[in-house]
Design a protein around this ligand. Structure first.
Ligand SMILES: [Zn+2]
Length: 380
């Protein structure tokens, strides 16, 4: 079944939209948050737990899977779905972000990026064609083009050069795709420079990509810069294709971007924060390891319906985290992912009801108030 996207409802008070992605492995309702399963696992969680949480699609990282276990294994077992026993859709990034953000030695030429493996020091060459070949071996349902990622705040000439190379690489990626069932998204670059973002969107939307991502944000930019560029870039993208904001972000970032018409998100924040002992709750962020939770019989969040909150007290979670027991971050990951996925369920319902603008305003006010209270409490 070929990839398709349809918009089923629009919010009258914002640019938010409700849609459905049809992939070879099922439908995904948008706006959607994709939990990050970097190495073919969402750290600590089994696939059936992700199913129970209602995760509709996972993200996996081409760079890490290329280095270990490598493409031959994926070809032998028939791809990531069979390998990790996850039957739902998978989106893979191209490896661009990791090549440019991890501290390995690298040389970037027009051909691609040459870098040494953090696993065994071997030299790898990742070209646009090589990235597509690896994503084909992984068998992902949505592939991303290899892009040259740079800090959004560097000088304009460097941003322009990276953007232009990203365009040439995008065209090569499109030519390298062999299986039309695997969707391919392009990535709009251009940093924080509006004319470059416009140029990038104009170039890429002239080619038959299945969707468009906004790249290069949440890398050194401030929240107002990120919001401004998200709103600007989303508006440049065609209404009939999905829009994906890569690697962003916090719950307020998600609500803001949905209001700009963004459909897809991924971010390590909910799971990474869980492993660091922080939970997102209806009354703000909670650091489980704080002494105040030592004797608290209440759940993490009385308003939450997740299995962690239904089953366990803050005191127990505090104990697990203090002892370094892996069940602690596992239970927090379940809660944090539930928080993110539930926020998206609420956002979809609000769009369907034509009430997203009011919903987002109310939730953003609450979140900002709680953040302020948390900051005030932590300095006093
Ligand atoms: Zn919970």
């Amino acid at each position: 079944m070929p990839f398709a996207f349809s918009v089923t409802a629009r919010d009258p008070g914002s640019r938010a939209r409700r849609g459905t992605l049809l992939t070879a492995r099922g439908a995904v309702e948008t706006p959607v948050f994709m939990p990050v399963g970097t190495r073919a696992t969402v750290t600590g969680l089994a696939p059936h737990e992700l199913t129970e949480l209602g995760a509709p699609i996972l993200l996996a990282n081409t760079y890490h899977l290329l280095l270990r276990p490598g493409p031959e294994l994926f070809r032998r077992v028939g791809g990531i779905h069979a390998f990790m026993r996850w039957p739902g859709p998978v989106l893979t990034d191209s490896g661009g972000y990791q090549i440019f953000s991890l501290p390995a030695e690298r040389t970037v030429t027009e051909e691609g990026a040459r870098f040494s493996s953090y696993v065994d020091g071997r030299i790898h060459m990742l070209s646009p064609e090589g990235s597509i070949e690896m994503q084909a071996a992984i068998g992902s349902d949505i592939m991303m083009v290899l892009d040259e990622c740079i800090d959004a705040t560097v000088d304009e000439a460097a941003v322009r050069a990276a953007m232009q190379r990203t365009h040439r690489w995008a065209v090569r990626s499109l030519a390298a795709r062999a299986n039309a069932e695997q969707a391919l998204f392009a990535i709009v670059q251009g940093g924080l420079v509006r004319p470059l973002r416009r140029e990038s969107a104009a170039f890429l939307t002239d080619h038959p990509f299945d969707g468009f991502a906004i790249g290069g944000l949440a890398v050194g930019d401030t929240r107002p810069q990120r919001e401004d560029m998200t709103a600007f870039a989303a508006e440049l993208l065609p209404a009939d294709r999905p829009r994906y904001l890569m690697g962003v972000g916090t719950p307020p970032d998600l609500l803001y971007a949905i209001g700009c018409g963004v459909d897809m998100f991924d971010c390590v924040i909910p799971t990474r924060m869980a492993w660091q002992g922080t939970a997102f709750t209806s009354t703000g962020r909670v650091r489980v390891t704080r002494g105040v939770n030592h004797h608290t019989d209440e759940p993490l969040d009385v308003a939450c319906a997740c299995s962690t909150c239904r089953g366990f007290s803050r005191a127990y979670l505090h104990h697990l985290m203090k002892c370094g027991e892996p069940l602690g971050p596992r239970l927090l990951s379940v809660h944090n992912l539930h928080y993110y996925l539930d926020l998206m369920r609420q956002a979809r319902a609000a769009i369907e009801a034509g009430e997203f603008a009011a919903f987002a305003r109310q939730r953003l006010d609450e979140m900002d108030r709680h953040e302020h209270a948390t900051r005030t409490a932590s300095v006093t």
